[in-house]
Design a protein around this ligand. Structure first.
Ligand code: NAD
Length: 264
């Protein structure tokens, strides 16, 4: 799994083909979409037209919350594959545990079956807290390969990362740039960027890499798509890493919903 991927939440289906092909031409090999993003057709078209072999690419999509029960997860995966124009994905994720739906254990069992039948090379989850991870792993004996969660310098998820590390679960960061808000103006990050002759976004993505966290920044601006990938050339010092670690705001730094209390 590449350490850096291109995330396409809020990329319109009509734009996804061009932007995904641009990202792949720029050097990305990993794309993160979801059925709820409503752009799997555009993503699939971009992959088909980009000229890079499918086997060199890592394509991930996700199961939405209203399809956790019965044979719905299996049907939803077939529908995603049809829209993507693929016979398998590299990674299939349960998008949210959705305790209000109350069937994430059943959803996880279906993903275990989808991996066995080859439609998903690897399977994982997203937005799962320790309690959810514990439950699905205990129930099935199969741990997710990946947990994709909100994670950026203001919300560093130390406890969850340590839990993943003990069990060999890959930590993947969504909204790694804090959705392009206040984070990218933070004086500490701006200062580190100035020292390295790079941008604050590149500092943030270099920090994820230094921490062993997979990141999937989104942009619909071609130059920023390239800029974000070029973060692989930024080498932070131990002092930089320590300064970024001190920016953690704990739960107060969260931008998105808390998976344990989300009402969807
Ligand atoms: P992000 O942190 O990647 O921020 C994206 C925004 O940051 C862009 O819209 C733009 O405004 C800005 N930006 C991007 N590159 C920039 C640059 N170089 N300089 C300045 N500003 C820049 O936020 P995101 O889109 O929420 O998250 C990334 C991806 O994570 C999504 O596209 C999606 O694939 C995934 N995601 C998953 C979940 C989930 O529940 N699993 C939730 C949210 C996002």
């Amino acid at each position: 799994m590449p350490m850096l991927g291109y995330g396409v939440w809020q990329v319109a289906d009509a734009e996804a083909e061009t932007l995904v092909a641009h990202a792949i031409h720029s050097g990305y090999r990993s794309i993160d979409t979801a059925s709820i993003y409503d752009n799997e057709r555009g993503v699939g078209a971009g992959v088909a037209s980009c000229g890079v072999d499918r086997g060199e690419l890592f394509i991930a999509t996700k199961l939405w919350n209203d399809r956790h029960r019965g044979d719905e997860p299996s049907r939803a995966l077939d529908e995603s594959l049809e829209r993507l124009g693929m016979d398998r994905v590299d990674l299939y994720l349960v998008h949210w545990p959705s305790p209000v739906v109350g069937a994430y254990e059943a959803a996880w069992r279906s993903l275990v079956a989808a991996q066995a039948d080859g439609r998903a090379t690897s399977i994982g989850v997203s937005n799962h807290a320790i309690e959810h991870l514990d439950r699905i792993t205990t129930a099935t004996g199969v741990a997710p390969a990946v947990n994709q969660v909100e994670l950026h310098p203001y919300f560093q998820q130390q406890e969850l990362r340590a839990w993943h590390a003990e069990r060999g679960i890959v930590t993947e960061a969504w909204s790694p740039l804090g959705q392009g808000g206040e984070l990218l103006q933070d004086p500490v990050l701006v200062g580190i960027a100035r020292e390295h002759g790079c941008t604050p976004a590149q500092v943030v993505l270099a920090w994820h890499r230094a921490m062993g966290i997979v990141a999937i920044p989104k942009s619909a601006t071609p130059a920023r798509i390239v800029e974000n990938l070029a973060s692989v050339d930024v080498q932070l010092t131990a002092a930089d890493v320590a300064a970024i670690e001190a920016l953690d705001r704990g739960a107060a730094g969260r931008i998105g919903p808390d998976p344990s209390t989300a009402q969807f």
